[in-house]
Write a protein that binds this ligand. Structure first.
Ligand SMILES: O=C(O)CCC(=O)C(=O)O
Length: 211
């Protein structure tokens, strides 16, 4: 297998569907489920602050505090199981990462609305490395006008978001999706809810915060 280029105009996206071998992915999934201090983050939705429909944790180096959706998060220390993965990811992506946003989708009702990872703290062309563990879920991408706006998640439903997505990728256990260059400037992404019975999924988006 290896790297597959996702061909979308004005984006640089690559996917390795089996980046982390299954036994390692199994062990990492269980270790994170057990050791990450999962929290409900508050997000802005249609001008209101609401609980996000998933559990999250911002993990990083001590100075890597991170502002998104109108709040600043101080980093939790790296769980021992994640340190070696960070090193391997840096080599695989040719980029450093000082933080990771971990999200736990407990079942198909948990989701992530349309947004861009375009916070000022990430710089203009961030490299975002997204490692998925557990149940496979659909990840959608949709081209924008290219105008940068603050992080503003939209409703998690695919139907409510207007025109259809430009790409739908199945992100399975151990897959690694890397977005770089102008991708965050030109595309929004989302992880919609699903009615299918699905088990828990953990997604880790590694980032470099420029404080
Ligand atoms: O769970 C996913 O695959 C998407 C996560 C995401 O969009 C983010 O952390 O910004």
């Amino acid at each position: 297998m290896g790297w597959e280029s996702i061909e979308l105009p004005d984006a640089e996206i690559a996917l390795d569907r089996a980046w982390l071998p299954e036994p390692e992915a199994d062990a990492l999934f269980q270790a994170l489920l057990d050791t990450v201090p999962w929290q409900v983050h508050r997000i802005r939705l249609f001008g209101r602050e609401v609980d996000s429909p998933r559990l999250s944790c911002w993990i990083g180096d001590p100075d890597a505090s991170y502002r998104y959706s109108g709040r600043r998060y101080e980093p939790h220390p790296w769980p021992p199981a994640l340190e070696p993965v960070r090193e391997r990811l840096s080599v695989a992506c040719g980029a450093g990462f000082n933080g990771v946003l971990a999200n736990l989708y407990r079942d198909g009702r948990d989701a992530m609305g349309w947004h861009r990872d375009d916070e000022r703290d990430l710089g203009p062309q961030p490299v975002i490395a997204s490692l998925s563990l557990g149940a496979a879920r659909r990840f959608l991408l949709k081209k924008t006008s290219g105008v940068r706006t603050p992080h503003r998640p939209r409703a998690g439903s695919e139907k409510k978001s207007g025109r259809p997505p430009d790409a739908a990728l199945e992100l399975g256990h151990g897959s690694l999706l890397v977005m770089r260059g102008a991708t965050q400037c030109n595309y929004r992404h989302a992880l919609p809810r699903t009615r299918k019975p699905v088990g828990p999924r953990i997604n880790l988006t590694f980032r470099q915060v420029l404080n």
